[in-house]
Design a protein around this ligand. Sequence first.
Ligand SMILES: [Zn+2]
Length: 442
Amino acid sequence: MRLQRDYCGAAKKNIQSENKVGPMVRMERKDSMIQGCGPVRSQVDRTAKPLSQQVFEKIRSAGRISRSDVAKDLGVSPGSVTSAVAALMEAGLVREDPRPNRDTARGRPPVDLTIVPEARHVAGLNLREGLHSAVITDFGGTVLAEAELPCAPGRKDIGELLTEIDLLLDRALRQAGLGRGDLAAVGAGLPGFVDYAQGVVFWSPIVRERHAPLRAVLNDRLPCAVYLDNDVNLLALAESWFGMGRHIADFAVVTIEHGVGMGLVIDNQLYRGARGMGLEIGHTTVQLDGALCRCGQRGCLEAYIADYALVREASTALEWDGRVTRSPQQTLEALFDQAKAGNDAARLIFHRAGRYLSAALANTIRIFDPELLLISGARLRYDLLYAEEVLAETHRFSDRIGRSRTEIAINTWGDTVWARGAAALALAEVTDALARDPRGDA
Ligand SMILES: [Zn+2]
């Protein structure tokens, strides 16, 4: 505490004596003020998981694995694995499974460990403009059912959103032959500034209210725990759990659809920023006093490359008849067709958006130096935007002398991946809760 007081005192003095023009504080450091050294941690390292949880997660990530391989991979003694496995088996979370396709004539077949899939079930929901989607998975992460719910575009109030969530969740549960009481947790993702820790939607293009306590409302409504996150964070989680990021500790995902989003995995952990709202690459400023963005700021990247930005440009640049009503999707399709047919104005719109995208991707590489940069999203079919020249320009912007290039990959899996990421969040939370309280109901 004394350290803090000393820092504050020094900072205040600075403001009074030197900084009369604004609130910027210059922190002056005097080594004599500081006691001790090293990062000051306020809590136990969150990555230090109990051995039983590490064993469980090893088995889940392997699918099936022997006790001795678990011990080898985790670098612990076979004895400690045996007792951890005994506790997991007693809790009904793990079971033994003789290895298939082995000649059993010469004694007992080797026994692997697998997750008991029916031990828990979770739901993953992805809420977005125009179409919500959901999956139900078992405890091993296998998708048991998928469902979609087309919905009205635009912002809606929490009451409308809850009605849609009810319909979507029940549709998915019906397909899986399960009820709400069978769920251990629900994960949900939506676009915008979503605070994962508090479960609050500060701003979202699909929610009318600001600072909406959506998790608390859903927790009251559903018989299990609910977890909320930004949808692109959950896309990154999906890549880490099921996709191209499974074997990569540090990677970034950038997605371009209705908005532009980014998710970042550092050392196999999703990075959410200090306030749980980081990595809004779509709302980084690329043009001072530039085009108006949906978030209210000017010059955001999203205002130049998101769907709505292209639609806005299309109507003006192509001089379309204003009396013909087109949905944003129809406008985008028409713009794409025009570009393919060689219309210069249409091509220019995609080319310009592509340049902004290249700069954003290159900035991401420059700042984070990820092993892999994944570009993901349904918009990938607008291949002009993702043409070789965009990737080439990204490399041109970001190449560093003497260093190998960051790999850039395009992932084209379907819309379900977003909901699977939400299910991964629910699975991770249930696993953490079980580690805290193995006899709990999680
Ligand atoms: Zn913005």
